[in-house]
Design a protein around this ligand. Sequence first.
Ligand code: IMP
Length: 424
Amino acid sequence: MNTIVTGLQWGDEGKGKIVDYLTENTDVVVRGQGGNNAGHTVIARGEKYVLHLRPSGILWDGKLNVIGNGVVLDPAGLVAEIERIEGQGVAINPEKLLISDRAHVVLPLHKELDAAREAALGDRRIGTTKRGIGPTYADKVNRNGLRVADLFDEAFTRDTIALRTADANEILRRYELSTFDAGEQFDEVMRAFDRLRPHVANTIPVLHEAWKGGRNILFEGAQGTLLDIDFGTFPFVTSSNTTSGGCCTGSGLPPTAIDRVIGVCKAYTTRVGAGPFPSVDEGLSQYLHDLGREFGATTGRPRGCGWLDAVLLRQGCMINGATGLAVTNLDGLDDYETLRICTAYEIDGVRHDLPPADRHAWDRAKPVYEELPGWMSDTTGCTRYDQLPARALDYLGRLSELCDTPIQFVGVGPDRAQTLVATK
Ligand code: IMP
């Protein structure tokens, strides 16, 4: 059984937790897009782990984790992450982690360009994580990026970094920012690469062998559908295809290898960074922040919070081909008296069941709400789906109906044990 786990909102849906839960019956966990802009917080064996680049299967023994060709890899960032997790007692070796030789490399200059461009955009900034994601994918599409395989050829790498540095410095000078030394960048990348060398492989045949051998493969999506470069709230998106199709192009496993797609969403909506968010709600944001919830794993930024938005989820289920929904953080709403679900947008007096493409139409989108009574009781101790309060089941049922997709999992707390199974 090969499964894609994909986010249906703006990232931070709790995919890491669902992936970690599913990993028990998985042999291989794959990341196919994004970079260390992603941040998963996983609580396992009572310890809290923050993961950025490595798939969450890394916390288990005997599982292979693959960073696919579609990922952009920051060598120093990955090494820091490996060292941190090794410090928490989890050894990382090539039996456990493979890196595609086709993944593109994030250079220090990409991060600086990311920050410079954001600063130049002023009020129109995207609110990126400043991890160099956009500039690295831009170099990939421009066909002048550096791939992991290239790092084995030191002379080529040195020349490429010198060329990229000259280009970047021209831009940085325009913004009156300090420029880069190509030699220092080369040294930083190669120092980190030395730790990563044994992990590099052609991961395509490895994944195909696993597939043909009947092993279970799990694709761990990063970010979410609304940050997808094609289907998200453009231009307030990330620079890769975060939807299920990106798992195939980002790994070399074809669509015919996929058996199911689990769409993960929170029981409400959150967003970090700039861009449209029709169902945002001041009161709900304050309430969740007061509970200590909804601060970003990568940047610590407080996330904006809002009501469940079925317009967005409906499209997300369509594009991803979701076969089931995993609804996380249900317990976040345990004490909220009246809940709302956005079922449509009204734009210039016209009702829309799906999100608009016109970037200016978002500013005029008024959410059409349906109200449901809250369950006003603690769900964190529930161990079975049918133990959930009747009103919580009604809320989930309505969501499932609006998205035409069955509920498969429900999360009622951060621990691995707090994941309830609705349908197998
Ligand atoms: P970038 O991916 O750093 O270029 O950022 C582009 C947009 O995606 C910004 O709005 C970020 O806040 C958002 N973003 C990137 N990664 C994540 C994530 O893992 N969770 C939530 N938002 C993210």
